[in-house]
Design a protein around this ligand. Structure first.
Ligand code: EPU
Length: 420
């Protein structure tokens, strides 16, 4: 198993480009199931999770590959026979595999998808996905650990989500585009990735309005056509790189981002004393002489994203003063805390709240990644820590960051991947 070895203490400088967004790429790849023919996607990040989604699609009989020459291009061909089933072996490695459920039942009238279990950051049920599909007329049965959904023809309906869910909104939206009649979805997730999926579906011929707001209306159509689309930049990867600039005392321009998707992160970095400027389609972050403590509460978009909580906690661990971090989305997303303790951070957890008392410095140590964003937070802390930090279980990082260590070393970090 690979590990990342960092020698901390270098301020990062220069320019770096954000890759395509993981959490947009995954539903968009699944949406290819909605049309016969080959869809082509550009700016698809080269990540383990994307490889898993391509595998899920291949297992069903799609022709789903990453282009060997232009590595950011993926094609998904849906021609001929599809087995509408996502097996446990794949869903257990990536719960976002459940995103094939909506498209499969809408297009093929039948889907058999393994129930995702809990995961390191929380229980993460899919009851709202199923509630939405039922409202469109799907019959749902749970047998042998699988969700079986059937519907001769889905029918438009009203779906009012009890909980705001990103992939739930996406799954039901992908089902409703081929349902007969009009669907109204209320209390929807407003994340830019939901909006991006709607944009792609509309390019394919769907009639969706309101994506990016909490009410989405969809007029069902008889069929969709394949699409060509470039995936939007990853706001969480970009945010992680901005924090790398801040925590290392550096000055970095992250190119190719959509600044308005990052307002909540920018606001918190400014509060911490950083200078943030929009520059040529990118965002620059210049670290202050002294970082200040800031309080953070994670909420659904446009609030502060849970996917940046661990990274901001690393930053707060070396800021002046005491920060209070409330995690409102997932019940167990503080697994990075005991590992940050190993580097010398002073953090106390009380339920959903972490109290971070800034310390003067961190000191390098071997640490273990427990999930994707936790691994990013440990790498960020390692950039600041004195001496050597070894971050093991890097497979978590590779699920969602495209060659992060190369991007950071391009900015001057002393960081390398070692084969164990
Ligand atoms: N929830 C339910 N019932 C449901 C669905 C969700 O109770 O049917 C709860 C969850 O347990 C959680 C909350 O609602 O407490 C929000 O979960 P959501 O469904 O929005 O999360 P998700 O769709 O499974 C996506 C991202 C996550 C990101 C969350 C929150 C993808 C593929 N994943 O997950 O990304 O943290 O939204 O923004 O889009 C990551 O990239 O590191 C990551 C975990």
């Amino acid at each position: 198993m690979d590990k990342i070895v960092i020698k901390g203490g270098r301020a990062l400088h220069g320019e770096v480009q954000a890759s395509g967004a993981k959490n947009a790429a995954l539903p968009i790849l699944a949406s290819a199931l909605l049309a016969d023919g080959t869809s082509t996607y550009r700016n698809v990040p080269d990540l383990a999770d994307v490889a898993t989604m391509l595998k899920v699609l291949r297992t069903m009989g799609c022709d789903a590959e990453r282009d060997a020459e232009t590595s950011d291009v993926c094609q998904v061909g849906v021609n001929g026979h599809i087995t509408p089933e996502a097996p446990y072996e794949l869903v257990k490695t990536m719960r976002a595999s459940v995103l094939v459920l909506g498209p499969l039942v809408a297009r093929f009238g039948r889907a058999r998808v393994s129930m995702p279990g809990g995961c390191a950051i929380g229980a993460r049920p899919i009851d709202q996905h199923l509630k939405g599909l039922k409202a469109l007329g799907a019959d749902i049965h749970l047998t042998e650990g699988y969700v079986e959904a059937t519907a001769k023809q889905l029918k438009g309906g009203t779906v009012n989500f009890d909980v705001i869910t990103v992939t739930g909104t996406e799954n039901v939206m992908m089902a409703a585009v081929l349902a007969k009649g009009r669907t109204v979805m209320e209390n929807c997730a407003r994340e830019p990735e939901v909006e991006e999926l709607a944009k792609v579906l509309n390019k394919m011929g769907a009639r969706i309005e309101g994506a990016g707001t909490s009410i989405i209306t969809i007029q069902g159509v008889d069929g969709l056509k394949p699409v060509e689309h470039a995936i939007l930049p990853d706001r969480i990867e970009a945010g992680t790189l901005l924090v790398a600039a801040a925590i290392s005392g550096g000055d970095v321009l992250v190119k190719r981002v959509v600044p308005e998707h990052m307002d909540a992160m920018v606001e918190k970095l400014r509060e911490a004393g950083c200078t943030l400027t929009a520059e040529g389609g990118g965002l620059r972050c210049k670290a202050p002489q002294r970082l200040e403590a800031v309080n953070i509460t994670t909420t659904e978009h446009p609030g502060f994203p849970t996917d940046m909580q661990a990274q901001l906690m690393a930053l707060m661990s070396v800021s002046q003063g005491t920060s209070v971090i409330n995690e409102n989305i997932f019940e167990n997303r503080f697994m990075h805390v005991p590992e940050l303790h190993r580097l010398g951070a002073d953090i106390t957890i009380q339920g959903h709240t972490a109290v971070v008392k800034g310390v003067k410095g961190l000191s390098g140590a071997p640490v273990m990644a427990t999930d994707l964003r936790a691994s990013a937070s440990l790498i960020l802390a390692g950039l600041r820590a004195e001496g050597r930090t070894d971050v093991s279980r890097v497979y978590h990082l590779d699920r969602g960051y495209e060659r992060l260590e190369r991007k950071l070393s391009g900015l001057g970090a002393d960081i390398r991947r070692e084969k164990a």
